[in-house]
Write a protein that binds this ligand. Structure first.
Ligand code: MEV
Length: 296
């Protein structure tokens, strides 16, 4: 007998190191204070009632795969998200984590972290091909992380007391899978040149980790700019992203960059007064919000 259940998982931002993390470099990520809620109600068959993230087909396939590993609970699934979708903010990873938790609960189980991470990673692979794993790991552990791709992934929880940052949306973007694939083709053509850029991002991440732990937002902002410069060289920025980053820097940001796969979607900035930056962006017609992490 399947039980009713509900589970939630946060979205994520990558502070530094997206894309190079796919190639074994370290990256830093934080959970968002927004997320995905999944509700399951007992039903005659497994059914997705609403699907706000990822393609409906991939979603159905991934859900069936996970349900099969959890004793096939028969439930109708409703998914709600307050994360902007397909923007690089981890909506699909949050769906994977919350859905896995909810299906397990409907089957009468509470999953240990390692099993949750394994099942959610399988879902993410159905959505995105071969992701590094940083997205679902951050959404599942809901903590600031340093992540190095494995197997096995090296995951370090970082003791960050508090950080506030601004998220703004530059407009629509291509899927993560396409951006990751495009960069892989470039890397296969020119492994040394592109590999050197990934290594340079790795150095920025090391410096960023020290700045993050020291609470040095000015230095972290400078490193956002340095990371963004390399992401631009890799062809991951767009004129809309560049204009938005310039606008945020002009409004006093310590630094700003795209976050996630790029090619559109979300950007992040550090600013001495995040709420003030959000207001100024909104007045200029930009969708923006302040996000915050505080150690529990
Ligand atoms: C997407 O949020 C992050 C990327 O580095 C892809 C990945 O890590 O799988 C672009």
């Amino acid at each position: 007998m399947s039980r009713p259940s509900q589970a939630r998982a946060p979205g994520k931002v990558i502070l530094l190191g997206e894309h190079s993390v796919v190639y074994g470099q370290p990256a830093l990520a934080l959970p968002l204070d927004r997320g995905v809620t999944v509700r399951c109600e007992p039903a005659a068959a497994l059914r997705l009632k609403s699907v706000p993230a990822a393609g409906a087909h991939a979603m159905q396939e991934a859900t069936e795969q996970v349900a099969a590993q959890l004793g096939n609970p028969l439930v109708e699934i409703t998914i709600d998200s307050d994360i902007p979708l397909s923007a690089g903010l981890g909506s699909s990873a949050a769906v994977a984590v919350a859905l896995t938790r909810a299906l397990a609960a409907s089957a009468g189980r509470t999953l240990p972290d390692d099993e949750l991470l394994r099942l959610a990673e399988g879902m993410e692979q159905t959505f995105h091909g071969r992701p590094s794993g940083i997205d679902h790991t951050t959404c599942a552990l809901a903590a600031p992380l340093r992540f190095v791709r494995g197997p096995p992934h090296q995951v370090t929880r970082l003791s960050v007391k508090k950080l506030e940052w601004v998220v703004a949306l530059s407009g629509p973007r291509q899927g993560t899978k396409e951006k990751v694939l495009g960069l892989r083709q470039a890397w296969e053509r020119e492994p040394e040149r592109i590999g050197a850029k990934f290594a340079a991002i790795g150095q920025i991440v090391e410096a960023g980790q020290a700045a993050l732990l020291a609470g040095d937002e000015r230095e972290l902002g400078r490193l956002f700019d340095a990371n963004q410069a390399i992401l631009a060289e890799l062809g991951l920025t767009t004129p809309a992203i560049d204009a938005l980053l310039a606008q945020m820097r002009g409004l006093g940001a310590y630094g700003a960059k795209l976050t996630g796969a790029g090619g559109g979607g979300a950007v992040i900035a550090l600013h001495p007064e995040p709420a003030k930056l959000v207001r100024a962006l909104e007045q200029a017609g930009v969708r923006a919000f302040a996000a915050r992490w505080e150690e529990p």
